[in-house]
Design a protein around this ligand. Structure first.
Ligand code: DSN
Length: 404
């Protein structure tokens, strides 16, 4: 690159990624092919509209790219185009969720979503998000004793509040979700059931977690988490909702789609349809379980007692260490996590009681259960003995270089 300042910073970031352990559950490392599509000439093109119906000329190849991406998206999740439609234009997860509400829920109506501090997302109707001012959130959480969803309580809440749409799928919930039970709840009150599978879509594509498509009316996902694609998002919906969703995305909320991003998503979807991705998805969960079990053995309280997915929440404050303190100590040693509230947290979000750990990125580097035990021991020593083991962390990183 001629721009030496940016070039230097990109190289430093690559080095940072290589020399640290990324345990942020929403991050991952894309392939060289995904990067190539993302950095291609497709970024030069305007393509407002949809394939065959664009507002600009010169879209003959772009149309084929978007159609191919849609075809691969349906195939990756084993969906029939007779029943399911997909929109691959959302710029990211937040506009995707906003588009669903804009397309299906009249302004001012109720959306039932998980509270942010219990593991939900801002765009599930939190008051500081536009989704919480344009619509009214009916917040729900987990059971205080078990720290998992209580479906009877959810049914009672839905029946009393009668939201028009229920959002399921979270950013910090380590357990399996019973989509069938949510379907029963939604049917009881005539609400749409929307699953935001952003965190676990790669695990669904890889067959390691059960699919929400049998039960949901709409499914949103980002493309850059467990799915291991570029930053972006997709909205899947039943075909009868396609017009409302497409109109909400464009021209409702967005202008020209990012064609380079759509092409890179298509590449990632092809990768996610390969047998190797099945092993990856399975290993992500095995690794998360191994990490949780080892931390438990070392005396750490794991929220809900463990994990069924790619992530876990550690109640560090149970040992007198705040989430921020844990985050900072780990970062000094090259272990990158994020501080996180735990259910019914008495501490503020900027310095909560826990940390959130996830295994998608380390699994992409090729790490397995054996390495998870080493990582758990690193975390334990850093937090309990306040040792500096940056060198040991780097040594492990070197054994598992990032391939792209
Ligand atoms: N920010 C993402 C996460 O880390 O979970 C959700 O969008």
């Amino acid at each position: 690159m001629k721009d030496i300042q940016i070039d230097k910073l990109i190289k430093r970031e690559a080095q940072r990624q290589n020399e640290t352990l990324d345990l942020i559950p929403s991050e991952n490392f894309v392939s060289a092919e995904v990067l190539k599509a993302l950095g291609s000439v497709l970024t030069n093109k305007y393509a407002e509209g949809y394939p065959g119906k664009r507002y600009y000329g010169g879209n003959e190849y772009v149309d084929q790219i978007e159609d191919l991406c849609k075809e691969r998206a349906l195939k990756a999740f084993k969906l029939s185009p007779k029943k399911w439609h997909v929109n691959v234009q959302p710029y990211s997860g937040s506009p995707a969720n906003l588009a669903v509400y804009a397309g299906l829920v009249p302004l001012g109506e109720k959306i039932m979503g998980m509270q942010l501090d219990m593991g939900g997302h801002l765009t599930h109707g939190h008051k500081v998000s536009f989704t919480g001012s344009a619509w009214k959130q009916v917040p729900y959480g987990v059971d205080q004793k078990t720290e998992v969803l209580n479906y009877e309580a959810l049914m009672a809440l839905a029946e009393s509040e009668k939201p028009k749409l229920i959002v399921v799928g979270y950013t910090a919930y380590p357990r399996k979700i019973d989509f069938a039970k949510f379907r029963v709840i939604a049917d009881k009150i005539g609400a749409y059931l929307m699953v935001d599978m952003s965190h676990f879509s790669g695990l669904v594509a890889g067959g390691a977690l059960s699919s929400p498509f049998k039960y949901a009316d709409v499914v949103t996902t980002t493309t850059h988490k467990t799915l291991r694609g570029p930053r972006g998002a997709m909205i899947f919906c039943k075909v009868d909702l396609a017009k409302s969703i497409d109109r909400a995305v464009f021209p409702g909320l967005q202008g020209g789609p990012h064609v380079n991003q759509i092409a890179a998503t298509a590449v990632a979807l092809l990768e996610a349809s390969q047998p190797a991705f099945k092993s990856y998805a399975k290993q992500v969960i095995l690794n998360a379980k191994a990490l949780a079990n080892e931390l438990k053995r070392l005396g750490w309280r794991i929220v809900s007692g463990g994990t069924d997915t790619h992530l876990l929440l550690v109640d560090t404050f149970a040992r007198g260490i705040s989430g921020k303190e844990a985050n900072d100590l780990l970062q000094e040693n090259g272990i990158i996590v994020n501080k996180n509230t735990i259910p019914f947290d008495a501490r503020p979000p900027m310095d909560p009681s826990g940390i959130r750990l996830g295994t998608p990125a380390l699994t992409t580097r090729g790490m397995k259960e054996k390495e998870m035990a080493v990582v758990a021991a690193f975390i334990h020593r850093i937090l309990m003995e306040k040792v500096n083991i940056k060198g040991e962390v780097q040594k492990l990183c070197k054994k598992f270089p990032i391939r792209a």
